[in-house]
Design a protein around this ligand. Structure first.
Ligand SMILES: *[C@@H]1O[C@H](CO)[C@@H](O)[C@H](O)[C@H]1NC(C)=O
Ligand SMILES: *[C@@H]1O[C@H](CO)[C@@H](O)[C@H](O)[C@H]1NC(C)=O
Ligand SMILES: *[C@@H]1O[C@H](CO)[C@@H](O)[C@H](O)[C@H]1NC(C)=O
Ligand SMILES: *[C@@H]1O[C@H](CO)[C@@H](O)[C@H](O)[C@H]1NC(C)=O
Length: 143
């Protein structure tokens, strides 16, 4: 390994640790390059991308409704039971079908609670198991 690489690696290490020390927050695009859409199991995505930290920002990016597609949205369900059964009676709309276009809809995890995210179009069927639903429970920022 050359001296240059070692020095670079050390500088990157220093930068990384100093960012963590001030509680740097992250911006995470839900679904990565796939964004927010049908055909992805977001529980799997969330499992692969956890832990989520307090003050992390989740960005939901999705296509506008178009022919043969009602589009997508972002709802917060109040608890595990409503999440499991896709009960929207006390759901809170975070972003409607147009708010995920362009740079997407950004949402900060700034409460100590589990967040139950689902998409609510197609009469709630997008919330079915293995589809557009996941939960994120922020853990404390590392120091
Ligand atoms: C989260 O962000 C808010 C607003 O920027 C800030 O006041 C708070 O100290 C942050 N909390 C943590 C634990 O990083
Ligand atoms: C929408 O669905 C109809 C009926 O299945 C089909 O004829 C049409 O080509 C579809 N349009 C698009 C843009 O996929
Ligand atoms: C979505 O919300 C935005 C901002 O509140 C609003 O301007 C827009 O009309 C809404 N779109 C739909 C389809 O409800
Ligand atoms: C949603 O429900 C309404 C009313 O029952 C029905 O007319 C419509 O076809 C349903 N849409 C879908 C996508 O299932």
């Amino acid at each position: 390994m050359s001296f240059g690489n070692t020095t670079q690696g050390f500088i990157i290490f220093l930068l990384a640790t100093s960012l963590l020390a001030v509680g740097a927050t992250r911006t995470i695009v839900v679904g990565g390059s796939e964004n927010w859409k049908l055909g992805i199991d977001y529980s799997v995505w969330a499992n692969q991308n956890k832990p989520f930290y307090f003050n992390d920002t989740l960005v939901f990016k999705y296509d506008l409704p178009r022919e043969n597609s009602t589009g997508y949205s972002v709802y917060l369900l109040p608890n595990l039971r409503s999440y499991a059964t896709c009960d929207f009676s006390r759901a809170k709309l975070l972003a409607n079908t147009t708010q995920g276009s362009r740079e997407g809809f950004a949402y900060v995890l700034n409460k100590w609670k589990p967040y139950y995210f689902v998409s609510g179009e197609d009469n709630g069927t997008q919330c079915y198991p293995g589809m557009m639903k996941f939960f994120a429970a922020p853990t404390p920022t590392r120091h």
